[in-house]
Design a protein around this ligand. Structure first.
Ligand code: HEM
Ligand code: HEM
Length: 187
């Protein structure tokens, strides 16, 4: 397989599995944030349905992330362009590591919160019931998880904005292959 050293202008691509997992997780995250916000803001029947959907998508994100992390441990990502400065490389790596941490801690804190509240609502896309976690019940436990969940959710929003701007910068300013190598090949 070609490497950056063989062809400096030809970046190697992410594998099909990595691309599929990246875009499935990204789509779920970008959908679940506004749905979660709607459910937390409007305490109506529609808001409750939104929160239930939010929880189901969130658990799917957790499952996909576990697969992604397992896959990632066995498959190194393609190297970054040689033109990137050491500082930009460090920022890119730190962003990706922080994403993985958030993709695990956010669903777990949400799951904890939903398991700890005195009145629990079943969820699982209306198809099955996701079991509740064996965590301490009550408002103190649920409140702690809620604090973590909401604050990390907004950190995720900030990181996603930074990440998307970086991808667009690679595409339209640097004009290197960093965005393209994460896009599915259409031919
Ligand atoms: C990566 C996955 C997730 C993200 C990015 C995320 C993000 C969010 C956001 C942005 C909110 C609205 C916060 C607010 O404005 O108050 C929220 C609320 C909420 N999330 Fe999540 N969430 C995720 C996963 C989960 C999971 C897996 C569960 C439960 C199984 C869950 C349970 C909740 C609940 C119950 C609320 C409503 C809290 C309230 O009514 O104040 N979340 N989440
Ligand atoms: C909130 C949703 C998203 C999340 C959680 C996310 C997460 C990630 C993570 C964790 C990586 C690192 C992959 C690895 O090497 O293990 C990554 C890479 C990448 N993402 Fe996203 N992503 C999201 C949305 C997007 C969007 C909307 C775009 C395009 C505009 C995008 C473009 C890219 C690109 C081009 C890479 C490859 C970077 C490189 O080659 O080093 N991502 N993403």
């Amino acid at each position: 397989m070609a490497t950056n050293a063989d062809a400096p202008n030809q970046l190697t691509r992410y594998s099909r599995t990595a691309i599929l997992l990246h875009w499935s997780i990204a789509t779920c995250v970008l959908a679940t944030i506004p749905i979660g916000w709607y459910g937390a803001t409007f305490k109506t029947a529609a808001g409750q349905s939104a929160t239930n959907l939010h929880k189901s998508i969130g658990i799917a994100i957790l499952a996909l992330t576990l697969v992604r992390v397992a896959w990632r441990l066995g498959h190194r990502p393609p190297p970054l362009p040689t033109a990137m400065t050491p500082m930009m490389r460090r920022i890119a790596r730190a962003t990706h590591v922080l994403f993985y941490v958030l993709l695990l801690v956010l669903p777990l804190s949400g799951w904890w919160m939903s398991s700890a509240v005195p009145v629990r609502h079943a969820f699982g896309f209306g198809l099955f019931d996701v079991p509740f976690l064996p965590v301490p019940r009550g408002w103190a436990s649920a409140g702690g998880a809620h604090f973590i969940h909401v604050n990390l959710a907004w950190l995720m929003v900030g990181l996603a904005v930074l990440h998307i701007l970086a991808a667009l910068r690679h595409r339209f300013i640097e004009r290197d292959g960093v965005l393209t190598r994460m896009l599915p090949r259409l031919t």
